[in-house]
Structures are given as structure tokens and as C-alpha cells.
Design a binder for this molecule. Sequence first.
Ligand SMILES: CC(C)(COP(=O)(O)OP(=O)(O)OC[C@H]1O[C@@H](n2cnc3c(N)ncnc32)[C@H](O)[C@@H]1OP(=O)(O)O)[C@@H](O)C(=O)NCCC(=O)NCCS
Length: 190
Amino acid sequence: MKLPEQIEAQRIILKHYTKPTFKLAEDLFKIVDESRETLCEWLPWVDSTNSKEDEFANYLLPSQEKWENGVGFNYIIYKKETKKILGVVTLFNIKEKLQSGEIGYWLSDSATGFGFMQEAVRALEKIAFENGINRIVIKNDTLNFRSINVAKRCGYILEGVLRQNSWNEHKGCLYDTNIWSKLKSDWEKE
Ligand SMILES: CC(C)(COP(=O)(O)OP(=O)(O)OC[C@H]1O[C@@H](n2cnc3c(N)ncnc32)[C@H](O)[C@@H]1OP(=O)(O)O)[C@@H](O)C(=O)NCCC(=O)NCCS
């Protein structure tokens, strides 16, 4: 499967970089670091991302490999008006035979509360459904209300809850996971 390197929406642009640079790692690390307290509550990789080198080696390079292998498509979200980085949205866990994938996301603290993630998810799912994906899943902690609202507001259907199936390293506790999905046929009816 292949997806475009750039996806344009109303207020935002999603960009993939075929050759990630240290400058990009630096810019991305800056906003991760600024929003660390919020992000680390829900995203396991934040605690081990402590420099632009970590960002480059642990995120940008592996993402690039996944892109090349067609199993993961990560996009940096930019605000069109200011060209500022707002966060990241990714279509990953691609299973070609099942035509399925999962969407994951995060925004910097200063970019939350404006509907940018709903716009990003909707733009990415459109491209995914148009390029051979039939089923998209969103997973979130049952206490992550902001993430839950994104799934709900984007029209994803709650399939069920996996009880105490994951470990939150940061909080040191087990948590329940919501499984949301949207099928291409759901999207076509919207
Ligand atoms: C999850 C996360 C991306 C959600 O961000 P968010 O800003 O709440 O989501 P959206 O961008 O869709 O914005 C929705 C909010 O913008 C408001 N909004 C303002 N203008 C809007 C517009 N034009 N369109 C839609 N919503 C708008 C909505 O009312 C809503 O606010 P509310 O929830 O207080 O009512 C963010 O909280 C985050 O990064 N969290 C930490 C990382 C994380 O948990 N990632 C997910 C792991 S599963």
C-alpha cells in the first residue's frame, strides 16, 4: 500500500518526510518536551524520549522504515497559517490481507481544543479508504476522555472494551482499552 507524502485539509497539512533530518527531530522533540506532562500520561514512548537524538533514532528512523515497507504511515501535522507543528497522526499496524489499519495521534498542549485532531483523522481516513483500507481501528485508555471524544466525534463505533489488558508504565497500573472502528462502508454513508 502507498499513501501520498502530503495530505491537505482545511486548516492543516499532514506531511511525511522521506528523508527525516536532525532539524525535524529537533522541532518535534521541542513540542514533545513542552507537552511532556500531558503526553506521558497516555503515550509509553514519551518517558524514553529525552533528546532530539532519541526523537531521530527511536521515532523518525523506524517510522521511515515502516513507510517504506508499507506497514505504517506517519504524518506530522502543520497549521497552514503559521506552518507550526501541531502534533502527529499515524496510520499503522497495516494488515494488507485484512485491509485494516489503526490510527494513533497526539497534539501539543497549545494545539488542543481547536478540533485539529478531528480534522487530521478525517483527512487521513479519507486517503486510507481511497487507497485500499477497509477497516480502521482507534484504541484508547477508557480514562483518556479527550482521545475518546476524538473517536466519537469522528464517527467511530465502540466495538468493546478489553479489560485490564494493558500496562501503563508511567502510572504503574493496568488499564482497560476501548476498541473503536470505522469501516469503509460506514465512511461512504457519512
Ligand atoms: C487526544 C488529543 C489529540 C485530543 O485533542 P483535542 O484537541 O481534544 O481534539 P480535537 O483536536 O479533535 O479538538 C476537539 C476540541 O476542540 C474544540 N473545537 C474548537 N474548535 C473546533 C472546531 N473548529 N472543530 C471541532 N472542534 C473544535 C472542541 O469543542 C473540542 O473541545 P472540548 O473537548 O473541550 O469540547 C489530545 O488531547 C492529546 O494529544 N492528548 C495526549 C495524547 C493522547 O492521549 N493521544 C491519544 C492516545 S490514544
